[in-house]
Design a protein around this ligand. Structure first.
Ligand code: GLC
Length: 746
């Protein structure tokens, strides 16, 4: 319908009248003007702030927030754990759950599972999904991902990290960070650095060589900063060479901000700051959780007592410390605000969508590792057996809780038992606990209150009655069982699982085992089982994914992100006695140096029970002979390595091909081989694809302590195309014709 002319005239008159009456728009100050360059906005905000306001900006006001600058309209920053999803809300000033009813989340699989997918594209989706949910929950900084290297199978937090190899962790952390930050939510890569155990984590002093730092412990952090563009880094609790990592001159000023050019914020772990002068001078930008041991004690509302609060202000007022140190911190915090809570362009986020659920399932399915499968034990197609016994507490235990700060409150958590019941029909599933643990606790193991002997008797009875048994065991994120704050005391399965499993197998030899853990475990029963799966803390879709893999609906494609040794003593960290792990009198020497994980096993010829990179499929793959585009290379060149991969089985499958490198005559000790590239291929039955991998020649260098740079030696190098670190399918030799040293930071 056309509007009559007089109507439009009336609207125009009204607008004119209102415009003349409205007060003149105040000019937008540069710090609030999106059209101004970032640095202009930062300097404008900085000059408007009082010293007290600047001090307030760089330390906590509550357990998980900093105050911003209310007078200038600079918003609060809100932080949340954790790497696997957005943690539930906490009360303002202590570690109590706030009891909200709108703070459940999608729980994604633990990062060890993500690493086991060897699928960087999935890592991007994972980071994006957690970022979407964080944004919707109004979080500006997500406290994750963790990328500390898996050095010992006892470490309480390996389940939160991405395995034992720096190349794998680097390739997986970069897309995670990018995916998350595209939501305007900062990732906070942690814990920088050398948090490779939980025992005495608050104070242990780690001594390690520059070479091991640069070749093993730095790469994933460096990649997160220089390739991922991460906006925040969290310091670790421990010390490095006698100085706390959170305000460590070498780590933070020299390496992180100096060499790597990090322009984001360095934040504490909760309570990891210990000194005002060091915090002021050594690059700490935001202090959280201090004036306590960060976690469990201290005065309430003690925020003004923080090292970067009143004590810092007083040292500035007295002239003992220059205000320029404060300004540098404030600039970084303001930059974080412009990237997050002052970024008007950032999306609004989403949570608990079907896409989030589907992704949680996909990561779980692609991360589950089929370790052993003889006699066609797996898959168990529906209808193959009438009675399937599911035995073990891990078939039903909620594994999104416990573990420490990565705990989650999922909207849903499908247990393995429920997944199997939905897959096979409840009438075909028998269940009994078999063993029981107490409820989660971070400082002690609580009794289950159930009689262990009667649980065992019932398990044996059910096993004897069934056509096949699936045992669900492993660890469970209780105290010392994959939990923050402490390590395990051995590799043995807890709660009498080994003895129970032997009795179950006696009663029914057709028994398969599903280990759920974030660490390697002893497997004394290994020769008595035909089917063995390494599963993980899989989150919301644990049962759905587990049933899909067991039934064959999903073809497993996970590969081990860490070595499973025959025994603890075979592990590098445990070979050199207590100085090496867990340390003596508060100091720890990483005597294994660069030989961590498969680097140790291969170089020392210690056969593992299951190798890094190992993982079976329900189909088979044939690797063709590898060849390179040239035989000779110079520093700065890129090697193109090519080979065919064929799916020689009867079902579609994914295979992660791995490329390891070894130097023929190095002038220093080098590992037998080192992972330099990997690619996950998806092939239909009978399909053959040409795989092409680019490997920078300079990536073959080692860190040379004498020259303080990366030394590429003229020599022959072998490139090993492999299905695991212990399963080389094809090797090709190349020559580097010239030696070159590249100083760090170049
Ligand atoms: C914990 C953890 C850290 C977590 C923080 C906040 O101590 O070490 O990873 O993000 O405190 O909960």
């Amino acid at each position: 319908m056309k509007r009559p002319i007089r109507h439009l005239a009336a609207v125009a008159a009204l607008l004119l009248a209102s415009a003349s009456a409205a007060p003149a728009q105040k000019p937008v100050p540069p710090y609030l003007d999106d059209n101004q360059p970032e640095e202009v906005r930062i300097e404008d905000a900085l000059r408007r702030m009082t010293t007290e306001e600047k001090i307030a900006l760089i330390h906590a006001q509550s357990k998980f927030s900093t105050p911003g600058c209310p007078r200038l309209g600079i918003p609060e920053l809100w932080f949340s754990d954790g790497p696997h999803g957005v943690r539930m809300e906490f009360t303002w000033d202590d570690w109590q759950h706030a009891g909200w009813t709108n703070d459940s989340c999608t729980a994604y699989p633990a990062l060890t599972c993500l690493a086991a997918t060897f699928n960087p594209a999935l890592a991007f989706e994972y980071g994006n999904a957690v970022g979407e949910e964080a944004r919707f929950r109004r979080k500006d900084v997500m406290l994750g991902p963790g990328v500390n290297i898996y050095r010992t199978p006892l470490s309480g937090r390996n389940f939160e990290y991405m395995g034992e190899d720096p190349c794998l962790a680097s390739r997986m952390v970069v897309p995670y960070v990018r995916g998350m930050q595209q939501n305007g939510v900062a990732a906070c890569v942690k814990h920088f650095a050398l948090n490779n155990q939980e025992h005495n984590r608050d104070h242990v002093n780690v001594e390690v060589s520059d070479r091991a730092l640069r070749e093993i412990y730095f790469p994933a952090f460096q990649a997160a900063v220089q390739e991922g563009g991460v906006w925040a880094v969290m310091g670790s609790y421990n010390k490095f060479r006698g100085q706390y990592c959170t305000h460590n001159d070498y780590l933070v000023n020299r390496v992180l901000k100096g060499e790597w050019g990090f322009d984001g914020v360095m934040i504490t772990d909760w309570g990891s700051a210990h000194d005002t002068d060091e915090a002021a001078r050594n690059g700490l930008d935001i202090e959280m959780g201090s004036w306590t041991n960060g976690l469990t004690w201290g005065r309430s509302a003690a925020y003004d007592s923080y090292y970067l609060a009143q004590p810092f202000l007083e040292k500035i007022r007295s002239g003992e410390l220059p205000e320029s140190l404060l300004d540098e911190k404030v600039r970084r915090v303001l930059r974080l605000c412009l990237r997050t809570n002052m970024n008007r362009q950032r999306p609004f986020g989403r949570k608990l969508t079907p896409e989030h659920t589907a992704l949680a399932r996909q990561v779980a399915e692609e991360g589950i590792v089929l370790l052993k499968n003889e006699g066609g034990f797996f898959p168990i197609e529906p209808g193959r057996y009438a009675k399937i016994a599911v035995i073990g507490e891990n078939a039903v235990k909620r594994l999104t809780e416990g573990g420490g700060s990565s705990e989650l409150k999922p909207q849903e958590e499908v247990s393995p038992l429920r997944g199997l019941q939905e897959k096979y029909g409840k009438e075909h599933i028998l269940f009994t606990l078999g063993y029981a643990s107490g409820r989660p606790d971070y400082s002690r193991e609580l009794p289950s209150g159930l009689d262990a002997d009667s649980l065992v008797r019932e398990a044996v009875r059910v096993a004897a009655e069934a056509d096949v048994v699936l045992f669900f065991g492993g660890l469970n994120k209780n105290y010392r069982q994959d939990c923050e704050g402490e390590d395990r005391l051995s590799m043995a399965l807890p709660f009498g699982q080994d003895e129970l499993l032997d009795k179950i197998i006696d009663a029914n030899p057709r028994t398969g085992v599903v280990i759920i853990s974030g660490n390697a475990v002893d497997m004394p029963w290994i020769d008595r089982v035909d089917g063995l799966i390494q599963s993980w803390y899989l989150g919301s879709q644990a049962g759905t994914a587990t049933a899909a893999v067991i039934s064959g609906e999903a073809n497993p494609s996970g590969k081990m992100p860490f070595t499973i040794p025959m025994r603890l003593e075979d592990n590098s960290a445990h070979h050199f006695g207590p100085e090496s792990y867990p340390g003596v009198d508060g100091t720890q020497q990483y005597k294994d140096d660069i030989l961590v994980g498969y680097r140790w096993h291969d170089t020392q010829r210690i056969p593992p029970r299951f190798a890094f990179g190992h993982g079976l499929s329900y189909t088979t793959f044939k690797y063709g002979k590898a060849r390179t585009d040239r035989a000779d290379y110079l520093p700065g060149d890129t090697i193109t390595l090519a080979f065919t991969l064929r799916n020689t089985g009867s079902r579609p499958g994914k295979e992660t091909v791995q490329v390891y490198a070894s130097q023929q005559h190095p002038s220093v000790l080098r590992p037998a081989k080192e992972l330099k590239a990997f690619r996950k291929m998806n092939l239909q039955p009978g399909e053959e694809q040409m795989v092409e991998v680019q490997i920078p020649v300079n990536s073959l260098a080692f860190y040379d302590e004498a020259s303080g740079g990366w030394k590429l030696e003229a020599d022959t190098y072998r490139l090993h195309v492999a299905a695991s670190s212990a399963d080389v399918r094809s090797t090709v030799a190349i020559k580097v014709k010239q030696t070159q040293v590249t100083p760090v930071g170049k």
